[in-house]
Design a protein around this ligand. Sequence first.
Ligand SMILES: Cc1ncc(COP(=O)(O)O)c(C=O)c1O
Length: 409
Amino acid sequence: MAPATPQNPELDRLYLDNAATSFPKAPGVYEAMLRYGQTIGASPGRGSYREARQGAAVLGECRRLIARLINAQNPDHVVFTLNTSDALNLAIKGIVFHRLRTDPDERIHVVTTAMDHNSVLRPLNALAAMLPGMFKWTRVPVDEEGIADPADIAAAITRDTALVAIVHASNATGAIQPIADVGRACRSKGVPLLVDAAQSVGHLPVDVARDAIDLLAFPGHKGLLGPLGTGGLWIAPGMEDRMDPLREGGTGSRSEHDTQPADLPDKYEPGSHNTVGMAGLIEGVRYVLDRGIDALRAHEVSLIERFIAGLDETPGVRLIGPRNPQRRVAVFSLVFDGTDPHEVAEKLEHDHGLLVRAGLHCAPGAHESMGTTDLGGTVRLSFGPFTTAADVERALAGIAQVAPVSAPG
Ligand SMILES: Cc1ncc(COP(=O)(O)O)c(C=O)c1O
């Protein structure tokens, strides 16, 4: 008897968790990282020999490409961070600490929304615990689609408000917030706007000038298709005078001074860089620029349309968040009637090789607003630029089989 063909379960696995980190990455990302590691290796800013200069050129090119993508004028205002959370911490705490240092008697207030991520909420709660009576934050509610009204955000701004922080696209439901209107409202009140672009950069057009954004926190490892451990904060000109660094240290520049330099990016980038990661991130951003945001978005919208149409034919499964593709990105929260989301995710992986996420997805306010907290959250699927129409069909087929109701009545 011929031996059975060995099964490689790895071959049959479909990654649908691009909201956590994109996979696969863009062509050339891993090769560029290997090339840097094997043939350059040096730490930029720490020598004037050729390899150190090549390292500095990698960082400069990465900043330049990101600045182009978000329509920022000065690449030096793109500051590298570990990830989006690190960028959000820098922006939120940097602004609050500056205010505290320069205006110690003033109360400090921050506005955010019910859809915002723990990477905004936890820094805010940490500040509230650290500064009792001095620091407060307001959570603006959202409508049934999970979208905040810019008028409500404007109304929440008080004379103490130092910052408005808003997620661009929800990692729980995919809902897109009207950030351009929020930007206008903030400008008219003279309050800086921080946008959490974790789920939007590389997926949606992001234009810091058009949308009146003052601080943009973004991951390198999601929509920009770069490696894990990369991210950044774009800082509008002048904001650096209103935001303290959270860390100090060597920059390779102005070594005669034992205080942190004031110029960007060094002010916020002490220590050696993740240059290997940035070498990879360059290829990711290049891919996004070459394919074009409009084309990437058109592909994503076509997948959204088909996925929602397929869900409509699947009894027992409910989509949370906007149905209109123009009001969402391809991050889908599903409720499987009467079934625990973790159980569903396990079945989708075990029986269908579908890699999805279950639970609250670090956005407890989103689930409170959508009424999914007591259900244990949702099952989340998220597509990326390499997700195909065939992948969507495969996901829909798996969902239909796991769905608790196979036919009405
Ligand atoms: C909306 C949102 N904000 C912040 C984060 C944190 O991103 P990072 O993992 O890059 O720190 C995420 C991660 O999923 C997110 O979806």
